[in-house]
Design a protein around this ligand. Structure first.
Ligand SMILES: Nc1ncnc2c1ncn2[C@@H]1O[C@H](COP(=O)(O)OP(=O)(O)OP(=O)(O)O)[C@@H](O)[C@H]1O
Ligand SMILES: [Mg+2]
Length: 340
């Protein structure tokens, strides 16, 4: 049984005024316990919305319009406040934002460990000042910081140190799933790599399940076991990282790999993807119906392979290569090569 399974998940932002935005559409995901998966895609494609939906941390005006999310066999998509709180106490899942947003600017690091452990910790945790300090020091050591950090305020720490504190705070709750949402975006390249290595090491040693959200395909490929590529609210490709390095199956992923500059290369060449991503307020189920098969492939206007069929229907995410991809042209080519 997978730790996390999402089936047919649709998420909509429905503000009181203005257009509804279909930020996540028709999404099926299965995550095994201990897996480290990446989600990549351009800004606005729905990565964070998906991460928050999977952990039931969405806030209005976003809501899960339809679909099932099950965590360790329990359907969590319909749980309300108190039931969700109980799940969280049991070590469910959380989203870790970038360090500045995750920390309280007016509390010392030690106080923040105390706040988190008292509010969300497991029953039986020692939340006395001494207990908190001991546990916090051990967690800080695990993320590469010394216990002196406990007396500091966030503004006294560098960006990389703040991110490490945020990771240690998340670990204090012993979640079984952690979604890292752009954890290194605000940091310089060297610090980014160091923090990612720390995350990867912690994940491997502690065995929690993790999702790394980033627009940096290189970072995701270096840290994770499996990569899901999102475009316009849908997952269009899902492959083992090693397989993606050998070649993608979806034309959008191929374009992304073309954009990914090898940091070891002497001359970095970025080839942008021509065209712009679609407006998600235009992409939802027509007239409120949930029939998503009525739509064209969102990438078709920018796709060099697009055919008539791609403009008439949205291709389903089907098995392709070592994983899944949503492309009529590539699915057909693979079929033909198997027959031939
Ligand atoms: N509060 C909101 N109200 C209305 N629409 C929203 C809201 N938040 C996000 N959206 C829309 O939902 C879509 C997905 O947003 P989301 O933040 O999930 O994308 P993302 O892939 O995480 O982008 P980024 O890489 O910039 O973080 C976007 O088109 C965005 O405009
Ligand atoms: Mg985001």
């Amino acid at each position: 049984m997978p730790l996390l399974a999402a089936r047919g998940v649709n998420v909509v932002y429905a503000p009181a005024r203005g257009a509804r935005v279909w930020a996540v559409r028709d999404t099926d995901i299965s995550l095994e316990e201990g897996e480290f998966v990446g989600i990549v895609g351009e800004s606005g494609c729905g990565k964070s919305t998906l991460g928050y939906a999977l952990t039931r941390m969405l806030r209005p005006p976003a809501r899960i319009e339809s679909g099932i999310i099950s965590f360790d066999g329990t359907d969590i998509s319909g749980l309300d406040g108190e039931q969700l709180r109980l799940q969280r106490r049991g070590g469910f899942a959380l989203v870790l934002q970038s360090g500045m947003n995750a920390l309280n600017p007016v509390r010392t690091v030690q106080h923040q460990f105390g706040d988190v452990m008292k509010a969300h910790g497991k029953q039986g945790d020692d939340v006395s000042a001494g207990g908190v300090a001991r546990r916090a020091a051990a967690l800080l050591e695990a993320v590469g910081l010394d216990a002196g950090v406990l007396r500091r305020y966030p503004h006294e720490l560098s960006g990389g140190m703040r991110q490490r504190v945020a990771i240690a705070l998340a670990l204090a709750l012993e979640p079984r799933l952690i979604v890292f949402d752009e954890p290194t975006t605000a940091l310089d390249v060297i610090v980014q790599r160091a923090v990612l290595q720390t995350i990867k090491g912690l994940q491997r040693d502690r065995g929690f399940t993790a999702i790394l959200i980033s627009h940096d395909l290189g970072a995701v490929l270096s840290a994770t076991d499996r990569v899901m590529v999102m475009y316009a609210g849908r997952i269009v490709e899902d492959q083992p990282a090693v397989a993606l390095l050998e070649g993608a199956h979806h034309p959008y992923t191929e374009a992304l790999i073309g954009c990914y500059a090898d940091p070891r290369a002497d001359v970095i060449q970025l080839r942008g993807i021509p065209g712009t991503p679609p407006d998600l307020s235009q992409s939802g189920p027509r007239s409120g119906s949930a029939d998503l098969s009525q739509h064209a492939c969102s990438f078709a206007p920018r796709c060099v392979l697009a055919e008539d069929a791609c403009r008439e229907q949205d291709p389903p995410l089907t098995p392709l290569g070592a994983g899944r991809a949503a492309c009529f042209v590539r699915a057909r080519a693979t079929e033909a090569s198997h027959v031939g």
